[in-house]
Design a protein around this ligand. Structure first.
Ligand SMILES: NCCCC(=O)O
Length: 803
């Protein structure tokens, strides 16, 4: 290897000197300054091939009688070693040494081109690079006299993204050397990724000369498998050797690299602690991208060569020595032609003006304004080069096709192209080759596990709900069938019907709320969400509203005992109607503003390393995402809470009342407590319970609904069923049965008045009797009080004044 480098260096130097001494006396010598990185050891990136193609181009230009016929182009070369310090030293030497340099060719690396272009403008030097890719060099305000024949670094993102899409990779990571060249391009790539639905799992950078151990560990921790990287050769060596030590190689990993490094750049890294074999384990089958360097047609370039003739000429010029950076060498060839053609234009324009000035009169003070002429000539230039059609846009970028390269069996092979119009074009059917044969995946397979209500729970509650629904229908049928029997008639059978319908709907809600929305289409799921927010509040209002209305009636009659209070079914229905109407208003506004709909929510990710899987816990739940959390449910809960509490207060106040007008008032009170207490406990609990516990939430809600509904049903209807049965069995009168069943105090006249006069006249008469008795009792009590007072006074008189 050392011999090879020596050979290359000797050949390079010889050719350079040859070119320097090739001037002929009849021609005017004009000299360009050259900053190239070559020679292997001590360079961060070796572009020896570019220097060779540049020297060959100089030879071709000088041999061409149509280009700069009066001049002989010479080149003074300095080795910038792809290092800013070396590059600036070379630049200072170039301007300090005679002769004056007309222009600068190079530098090979952006890290050198940038300071040179920024400095060189103060010497009015126009610069032309063939391998400086930094996007930053496109800023014309900062680098007004900089041109390049190669495209910009960020262009490499296009084929990379195309490859990711082709292989279905969506998780990618970036690691790059931290200089303006790579930072700028990788920042652009990270902005582009989301536009293509690609996720950047990590982005790391490292300084030149640093081994990126921590950065690579971070990529490994994030389980990045598809890694886009950019670095100079030494950076690549450090990074990939460390990747070997961290086990980041093999069939799971794809390393995407900038493949314009020297041939076999990955060998010879023992100084970094990696054997050649170890390094090969990492770099084999890498996916390299680089600009397509040779035109694909058979057109002749301005030099008269076709692409294949160029290759033959190059091989002959270099004697078959494999100089590094050969992928970019044709850009070097075109850069010389670009400069020569621009100088030719300026020389011609000066001649056309009969100017006594020639291009050889250029000086660093720009005395004859030749710099402006050169910049203009380059900006307007358009010619057919070996790399394709060459012209410079405002930012100095060229749109180029790209090559996809892989290291296969130790040799870098072009496996495909990325063409602007056609996209990816593979050389072979199998496209890319991967270590291990199989296409790597971009990370652990994501397995969505839907957290929902388990089937057993749903079946249990559905069975309970169905039984409840059956019972409710039975009660409803009995209530309607026997509505003329006193025991039913006395308890507002119409309101009982409403209660039964409400109970039935509550059971329906238990089933609807338990439906597994994870397996539903979006439309069905959204409909179920809407059904849920409508069914439960309204069914609750029907059932509880019925109980509430009955309790309210007891309370009104009880609190107005001195007055006659006439409350009929119409009043009770009005109350239920108001309760339901409030629900309808709230839910309609809710549905209109931000309807409840199916929302897919990711709860957590858990990596199962052994199975190479990420278990993603998901839940599909009904929500109104555009409203503040709990807003609508909070409004409904507040409204129901107020109703429940008011109902509970009424029930408490009327707990001892026994009224023939409402023979089931005691049961209603118990039913209200059975609904109110669990609802007040469970509703807030369920509302605030973590959304990752839909099963628990469902069990609590469904239990509460089934319990409250069943208790209500039983308390309202079972006593009536029992009374009806007993009545049938022993043949007792309806009045006697009624009072015995309900343990109520039978009115004194019940036996004598019979039932023939009808409910209303009977009730009115009993009420009148009761009032009369109470008035008499009150008068007697007042009489007793009066007598007590008289007795007290007579005792006092008997004892006399001195006691
Ligand atoms: N010279 C190789 C590409 C990177 C750069 O612009 O320096």
């Amino acid at each position: 290897m050392v011999t090879g480098q020596l050979l290359r260096f000797t050949l390079t130097t010889t050719l350079t000197l040859l070119s320097l001494t090739m001037g002929t006396s009849s021609l005017t010598n004009v000299t360009l300054g050259g900053l190239f990185s070559f020679g292997g050891a001590g360079t961060d990136w070796d572009g020896g091939a570019i220097l060779q193609s540049t020297l060959m181009a100089l030879q071709h230009v000088n041999e061409d009688p149509t280009v700069l016929p009066e001049y002989h182009l010479k080149l003074d070369v300095k080795n910038s070693k792809c290092r800013p310090g070396e590059g600036m030293k070379g630049f200072v030497d170039l301007i300090n040494e005679e002769p004056t340099k007309l222009m600068i060719l190079g530098a090979s690396c952006s890290v050198v081109s940038q300071p040179v272009a920024e400095t060189g403008q103060h010497w009015n030097l126009v610069q032309m690079s063939a391998s400086s890719t930094s996007d930053v060099l496109s800023f014309k305000e900062r680098f007004p006299y900089f041109f390049r024949t190669n495209p910009a670094q960020s262009g490499l993102s296009t084929p990379r993204i195309a490859i990711m899409k082709e292989y279905g990779w969506t998780r990618v990571a970036i690691i790059h050397e931290s200089n303006e060249v790579y930072t700028s391009a990788m920042n652009k790539l990270s902005e582009e990724l989301p536009l293509h639905n690609l996720t950047l799992v990590a982005k790391e950078s490292f300084a030149a000369g640093e081994t990126p151990t921590v950065q690579l560990k971070n990529l490994k921790d994030k389980d990045a498998r598809i890694i886009v990287s950019s670095a100079y050769t030494e950076g690549y060596k450090r990074m990939l050797c460390e990747a070997y030590h961290l086990g980041m190689y093999g069939p799971r990993y794809v390393w995407m690299i900038d493949s314009w490094n020297s041939l076999d750049w990955w060998r010879n890294v023992t100084w970094l602690g990696c054997s050649e074999q170890q390094m090969y384990e990492v770099v084999k089958n890498h996916v390299g991208t680089v600009f397509l360097d040779l035109r694909t047609d058979n057109e002749r370039a301005v030099s008269g060569l076709t692409a294949s003739q160029y290759q033959q000429a190059y091989a002959s010029y270099t004697g078959g020595v494999p100089f590094p950076g050969v992928d970019l060498a044709p850009f070097g060839y075109d850069s010389v032609w670009a400069v020569a053609l621009a100088l030719h234009r300026v020389a011609e324009s000066l001649a056309a003006e009969n100017s006594s000035i020639g291009i050889e009169n250029f000086d660093y003070d720009n005395t004859y304004h030749l710099r402006e002429r050169l910049v203009e000539a380059l900006s307007d230039l358009q010619f057919e080069g070996i790399t394709g059609s060459v012209s410079f846009d405002e930012s100095g970028n060229r749109l180029a096709p790209f090559k996809i390269e892989q290291l296969l069996d130790g040799v870098e092979v072009t496996v495909g192209l990325y063409l602007q119009e056609q996209g990816l074009q593979w050389s072979k059917q199998e496209r890319l080759k991967f270590t291990g044969g199989a296409t790597p995946i971009d990370g652990p397979v994501r397995e969505n596990v839907y957290i929902g209500i388990d089937a057993v729970t749903f079946v249990v509650f559905t069975v309970l709900a169905v039984v409840g629904m059956g019972g409710t229908v039975l009660f409803l049928v009995i209530n309607i069938s026997y509505r003329n029997k006193r025991v039913i008639k006395m308890s507002c059978p119409n309101v009982n019907n409403v209660i039964a319908v409400g109970c039935f709907m509550c059971y329906v809600d238990v089933i609807v709320a338990g439906l597994n929305q994870n397996y539903m289409s979006e439309t069905v799921g959204n409909s179920v969400c809407l059904a849920q927010i409508w069914i439960l509040p309204i069914s609750f209002s029907l059932a509880f509203g019925g109980l509430f209305a009955k309790t309210w009636r007891v309370h009104v009659i009880f609190s107005n005992k001195t007055k006659r209070t006439k409350i009929v079914d119409y009043h009770l229905f009005a109350i239920i109607g108001v309760v339901v109407a409030v629900d309808v208003i709230i839910i309609s506004v809710w549905t209109a503003i931000d309807p409840s709909r199916l929302i897919h929510t990711t709860l957590s990710d858990q990596l199962d390393k052994s199975a190479d899987k990420i278990i993603v816990r998901m839940v599909d739940k009904c929500d109104s995402p555009d409203s503040p959390r709990f807003l609508w449910i909070g409004i409904i809960l507040c409204w129901k809470g107020i109703l429940l509490m008011y109902g509970a207060v009424l029930a408490w106040e009327t707990r001892k009342v026994t009224m023939p007008q409402l023979n089931d008032s005691k049961y209603i009170a118990v039913a209200i407590y059975n609904v109110a207490v669990p609802s007040i406990i469970v509703a807030p609990l369920v509302t605030f319970i973590s959304s990752d516990m839909p099963g628990t939430s469902y069990i609590l809600t469904a239990s509460c609904i089934i319990f409250g509904t069943t208790v209500t049903n039983c308390l309202i209807f079972i006593p009536k069923v029992i009374a009806l049965r007993q009545q049938k069995n022993d043949g007792t009168s309806e009045d006697q049965r009624h009072y015995s069943v309900h343990n109520q105090v039978a009115p004194a006249a019940a036996g004598s008045t019979g039932t023939g006069s009808g409910d209303n006249s009977f009730s009115k008469e009993k009420e009148r009797e009761m009032m009369e008795l109470k008035n008499r009792l009150k008068k007697k009590e007042e009489e007793v009080e009066r007598l007590k007072e008289l007795l007290k006074q007579s005792r006092h008189q008997q004892q006399g004044p001195d006691g």
